[in-house]
Every structure is written in C-alpha cells, then in structure tokens.
Design a protein around this ligand. Structure first.
Ligand code: RAM
Length: 330
C-alpha cells in the first residue's frame, strides 16, 4: 500500500473516530406558558411529555415567566431563539406584544404556534383553541344562570387584562347575556392569574356588590381564589363561584357548595395536541393555511379556519355528580 493510500485510510478512520457514531438529535419543542406554577399548565405539560414519549425523538422544554406578563414571555422567547429550538408553542399573555419576538423566531426557521391563549396571526403559523370561543362564552354565563332562575347580579373575575383567551370568552359571553333572563353583569375585574390578587379582587367584588349572586371566573386560578373568598366570607349558598376550573383543585369546593358547577376541557389533551401540531410542522407533514388539516395524534385532526385557527374539542361540565371521578387526573 502506498503511503498516500495509508494516509487516506488513517484519515478516514480518524474522521470516523472523531465523529463517533451518528447520534440522532432530538427535536426541541418549547411549551411556553403564561406563568409557571399554574396547575392548568402543569397538566398541559404532562400531555406534552406524553406526546414526546409517543414520538420518541422529541424533547419538551417546559418554560414560562414567573408572572403573567408579556415582558416575561419576550425574555423567554429570546432565550429559546438563542438555544435554537425547533418549535415554540405558546399560550400568550398578550396578543400583539409578542409578535416581534415570535417573528424573529420564525425568521430563524423556528416553527411557531399558539395554543390556549392566542397570538395575532402575523406572529404565529396557527393557533389551537381549546374549544369554540362562542361556546365557551355562552358556557360561562350559563353555568351561573342555571342556578339563578330568578336572575341576579353576577361579576367576572378574569386573568390578566391582556389575556387573549379570557378577553375573547368575556366578549362572547357579553353577546349572549341578554338570553339569560334577569342576569346582570355588574363588573369585570382582573386577578392576573395570581392566587393572592385574584382572592383580593373576589373579596372586593363581594364588598362592593352586596347583592352579588355569582362570580364567573373564566380562569382556573380565579375560580379557585373566588371559591376560597366565598368560603372565608361565609357566603356559601349565597354566592356561587363558577367558570372554568380543574376538578383536582375544585372538588372540595364543590363538596362545600362554594362552587355549584364549573367547566373545562382536558388540559392534558391540549398540551398533547399542541406538541403533536408543532411536531407535524417541524416534520413538514402539514401546511398552515385556511382549510388545512393538521394531525394531532390520538386527538385526531384540527381543521384551520380563515385565521389559521382551529378548536380541539368541547368543554365539559363538572358538578357533585362527577367531580370525584376526575380529581386525580387533572
Ligand atoms: C388559567 C389560564 C389559562 C386558561 C385556564 C382556563 O389556567 O388563564 O390560560 O385557559 O385558566
């Protein structure tokens, strides 16, 4: 063997040694939530992990700010861009404020979707709603009205004032309130999805409106705080804390009567679906255009409307007849 050939073989061998065996890199999907420490999002993260396990080659980065602000999420997005993740799936604290940062991510080739709480169309490729917005809007007032045959004063305790999802649901609710005889919405306040602020706001509502019959909280943090505030004020049976909540967090309040009933979709399914969609986009297996369908694993397909939005499934109502069956799941 001539010296050149020997050298070539040695070089190839060294190259192989140096490169090592080909290790398949896992795709990185970031699940960005409104804030860390919220049970609803922790359940969604469980679903994302389930999807990652099913796919086998996906790593989930579960992240978010410590409070429900757009500024906090922008920092998180910039750090994910620096980490060169493959996809960002975000529940937004503000529809518009995140757009520039997410546009930057998309320019770098990162797939961007919103889920739960949406980003304006120019800042994401598609948005996954948990359910239809008009259905949720109607549901939250119906939950209160079902227990108020004579009508009465109700107030809304929302999440943050810029939360896309709660704002749409409240808007949809206000469109149909007149269908419920005698129901009057006297105030809308914001607890920012912080337990203590939500509690103080609920207390404030009860003090300001002595005839209040229900607090409608379309947020899992808000409804829990409202149920506690109703309990502490000795108002069980007089004021119904209702809206959207988690069976695991509300079972005791349903038992006490502070919450007569509430609704929610399965947050585990939502995190699972968002992850499956993100993966379909990374793999180039789906398009994001009106009318397109994107596969979501065991949840079937989501069909996109003219704004590239789609809904996962219908909300489900919980009360004393079924809350115990679900409280260990989410
Ligand atoms: C809180 C968050 C979330 C919302 C649920 C119902 O956990 O605000 O965005 O979807 O409530």
């Amino acid at each position: 063997m001539n010296i050149l050939k020997k050298l070539a073989i040695a070089t190839i061998a060294a190259g192989v040694l140096f490169a090592g065996p080909a290790v398949a890199q896992k795709k990185k999907i970031a699940l960005v939530v409104k804030a860390l420490g919220i049970g609803f999002f922790e359940a969604a993260a469980k679903g994302a992990e389930e999807a990652a396990k099913e796919l086998g080659d996906v790593e989930i980065i579960y992240t978010g700010p410590t409070d429900t602000t757009a500024e906090g999420q922008i920092e998180v997005i910039n750090s994910l861009i620096a980490q060169n993740v493959d996809a960002i799936a975000i529940s937004a604290n503000d529809k518009d404020a995140l757009v520039p940062a997410l546009k930057k991510a998309m320019k770098r080739g990162i797939k961007v979707i919103s889920w739960d709480s949406g980003v304006a169309p120019e800042g994401r490729q598609m948005h996954l709603n948990p359910s239809s917005n008009p259905l949720i809007g109607n549901m939250i007032v119906k939950l209160a009205a079902d227990h108020l045959p004579e009508g009465g004063e109700v107030a809304v305790l929302s999440a943050s004032a810029t939360a896309t999802n709660q704002n749409i649901w409240i808007e949809e609710m206000n469109k149909v309130v007149s269908n419920y005889k005698g129901i009057e919405v006297v105030a809308t306040v914001y607890g920012d999805d912080l337990a203590d602020k939500s509690y103080r706001e609920a207390k404030g509502l009860m003090e300001k409106y002595p005839n209040l019959k229900a607090i409608i909280a379309p947020t899992t943090v808000g409804i829990l705080a409202a149920a506690q505030a109703v309990t502490d004020a000795g108002k069980i049976g007089k004021i119904n804390a209702t809206g959207l909540g988690l069976p695991s967090e509300l079972a005791a309040h349903v038992k006490s009567g502070a919450t007569k009933s509430f609704a929610i979709w399965n947050p585990i399914d939502l995190g699972y679906s968002a992850t499956m969609i993100a993966n379909s986009l990374i793999e180039g297996k789906a398009e994001t255009k009106p009318g397109a369908e994107i596969p979501m694993g065991r949840m079937g397909n989501v069909k996109l409307d003219e704004n590239n939005e789609g809904a996962m499934s219908d909300p489900f109502v919980y009360d004393s007849s079924n809350v115990e069956d679900f409280k260990d799941i989410f």
